[in-house]
Design a protein around this ligand. Sequence first.
Ligand code: URA
Length: 399
Amino acid sequence: MNIIDIINKTKRSVPLSSDEINWLVENYTNGIIPDYQMSAWLMAVCLNGLTEDETFALTAALRDSGEIMHLSLPLTADKHSTGGVGDKTSLIIGPICASCGVPVAKMSGRGLGHTGGTIDKLESIKGFRTDIPISEFQDILRKTGFSIVSQSGELCPADKKIYALRNATGTVDSIPLICASIMSKKLAMNTNIIVLDVKYGSGAFMKTREDAEKLASLMEKIGNAAGKKCRAIVTDMDSPLGCNIGNALEVSEAVDVLKGKTKGYLYDVCIELSANILELAGKGSFDECRTMAENAITDGSALRVLRETIRLQGGDENICDDTSLLPQAKFSYTVRAVERMKIISIDSEEIGMTSLMLGAGRISKDDHIDMSAGIVMHCKAHSHSKVVKCYYKRQRMPT
Ligand code: URA
């Protein structure tokens, strides 16, 4: 096998065997294949795509490049969102599902670019530790049913190296590459249930619903083929999710949702995704699971899970009673419309970039973050749906 043949095959849309894909991933991770040759192959994939079999093989090769987690619980779920502006759903869905008896184990990343990362959001809580050992992660999972830790370097090291190269070579936006990158990490996390929230719109990776559906369907197939109960849902991200954008602001909004104080699109998306996880876990029919998720908010049990997880991960759990204990911005400025008008649409990506420039995000991975910075939106786009637009085909549900 040699790298020039592999690049040429993909350039001419000749499918690679799984042995060739394993060889490529292994030799790039070991440093034998240099960045410039891997970049050429990645660009060929961006231009010509990969077959489903090649995407399956790439996912498996990335997963097998590192450790596979062995969660010592009979039933666990993972939830992944392809990223969006103001997306704090993991902080709400995890506690809801845990309080309904389905532990949620998550490894999350930090924010880069216009979307925020769940780890940064959690670190806005004073004392919260995200780099805990796996044994402690498992212990918290057993106690509260919900824990989130930062990405371990031992899981999918090949994806880590390739993703950094993709970021630097304009090769991120390829459906098979995104699919293999995300699914390798989900499969290495090794939960029984995987629910994927694939977003489309101005603030998301996928700009159109068609592309989001292609990615969702491919990810779901790979998850199910790997023996998981996997479902991908497509949701719209044409407006930021919820009202608050920025780390501490988003934790505060998540707490308000769990207290039942905030309803609307964010609440609806969280209930929908939680109900999917609960249904896949065999907790009842979809409608029963939806009611269960809603009850977890009204009876306060989901908030209790969040409080206990924060405490066990070293954070100040009092933020669940008083969100003003979270970092507060020293200065604020209100932008008002100059006259009465209707907002037709909101460019979520611009809002995300503005929040980043205020200090809430980073352009390069070593940038410092101001946990208190961000934006509170007091308005919604007129066109934005009042109903959660979740698209998935129920017949694809695994039996
Ligand atoms: N998130 C990932 O983990 N990988 C991608 O390729 C895109 C988003």
